[in-house]
Design a protein around this ligand. Sequence first.
Ligand SMILES: Cc1cc2nc3c(=O)[nH]c(=O)nc-3n(C[C@H](O)[C@H](O)[C@H](O)COP(=O)(O)OP(=O)(O)OC[C@H]3O[C@@H](n4cnc5c(N)ncnc54)[C@H](O)[C@@H]3O)c2cc1C
Length: 384
Amino acid sequence: MRERLRTDVAIVGGGIAACAAAVELRKAGLGVIILEKGRCGSGASGVNFGGVRQQGRDLRELPLSARARPLWDGLNALLGEDVEFEATGHLKLARSEQDMAELEAYRVAALGCGLDLTMLGANAVRAELPWLGDKVVGASLSPTDGQANPRVVGPAFARLAAKLGVDIREFTPVLSASRSDTGFSIESETLSVSSRFLINTAGAGGGLLASIFGEPVPITPQSPNMLVTEPLPYFISRSIGVCGGDVYIRQVRRGNAIFGGGSGWHDPELGFSRPSNEQSLGGMRRTLQLVPQLTNAQVIRTWSGTDGRMPDNIPVIGPSSTTPNLFHAFGFSGHGFQLSPAIGLILAELVTRGETPSPIDPFSIKRFANWQGSTTGISDHTDH
Ligand SMILES: Cc1cc2nc3c(=O)[nH]c(=O)nc-3n(C[C@H](O)[C@H](O)[C@H](O)COP(=O)(O)OP(=O)(O)OC[C@H]3O[C@@H](n4cnc5c(N)ncnc54)[C@H](O)[C@@H]3O)c2cc1C
C-alpha cells in the first residue's frame, strides 16, 4: 500500500540547511515533510571537518557567511543541545612570500565585503603558536571564525524540526518528482507526497533533481580526505588552514586532532565515499611540516564524505528558472557547513515571502542555462 501525504512544503534531502529551513517554515505555520534517503545529517552535513570559517571564501559568499556567523553563537540555545561551537579563530598559514602576498590581497578584498582579517608576520604567528613548523612564514587571522561538531548539528536540527511538527521520513529516497497545475508530486518507493512548494537540498544528488525539472548542471562529487588522532593534550587552539588548501587542522577539547587534505574517492554506483591511503599519507606529511608535535600521534580513523561541487566552486541557491515554487540549495563545493544555518533562513524566506534580503543572485542556477555535456572527476582541493 502506498502512503499518500499532502503538505505545504516538501524538502528532498535532510542535511543541516534542509532541517534549518524546516524549522523556520514550521515556525511560520506551514506543513513540512522532509524526505531523506538515509538519516538526517548523515550526508556531508554530518561527516565534514567542522570548520566554521568565513576566511578564504569566494567574496560572493561572504554576505551569506556573515549572516550565518551570529547564528552559530545561538545554536546551543536554539537546539537545546551543545553543538561544540567555539570561536577559536581561523588562522590561514603562508608557506612562502607568494602565499603572504595572496593573503594580503585577500585581506584587502574581504575588508571591502565587511570581513576584517589581521595579517601576522613570522614572529607574531610564532609568538602565538610557538610549536608551528619552520615552513610557516606568516598567516592571516580571522578571529571570529571557529569550529563545531558536525556529527551533532544536523541530527540536533532534525530533532528540533520533529519536535515542532515537521514530518521527517528517513530511509526514503525520492525516485521521481513532477509538477502540474495543482502542485508537486514527489514519489518514493512507498510514499506519494503532494506539495505546493518543493525544496531541493539533496546535496551531491541535487543535480539529479534539478535535471528532472529541465535544469541540468555540471555538478561532480567532491570527497575530502579526513583523519583523526587519538586524544592528546590540548594545544592547537586555533582552527588552521593554509594557502592552497592542501591541509587543514583543528583539535577538539577532548584532545583529538582532526585534519584533512586531498581527496578520497566517491563511488557513484554504491553511493558512498572512501578515504584514500595515499592521500592520507600525504595529508600526514603536510600536517607534520606545520605541526611537528604530532609526529608520534596515532591516527585512529580516516574517512571521507561526498559534497556536490560546482565548476565555479560556489553553490546553487535560489528559485528554479523553469518551475515556479521550486527552490534549490545544493552544490556547496566543500564549504557549506558554516553557511547552512543561514541557508535555512534564506530558503524559508523564499518560500514564505518570495524573496530574501541576502544577495543570492550570483548563485542562481541560471548561470548553467547553456551548459551541455557532463563534467566528471573529483576535485583535488578543499579549503576548510
Ligand atoms: C569530508 C568533508 C569535509 C568538509 N568540511 C567542511 C568544513 O570544514 N566546513 C564547511 O563549511 N564545509 C565543509 N564541508 C562541506 C559541507 O559539509 C557541505 O557543503 C554541506 O554539508 C552540504 O550540505 P547539504 O545539505 O547540501 O548536503 P548533505 O549534507 O549531503 O545533505 C544532502 C542530503 O540529501 C540526501 N539525498 C540525496 N539524494 C536524495 C534523494 N533522491 N532522496 C532523498 N534524499 C536524498 C542525502 O542522503 C543527504 O543526506 C565538507 C564536506 C565534506 C564531505
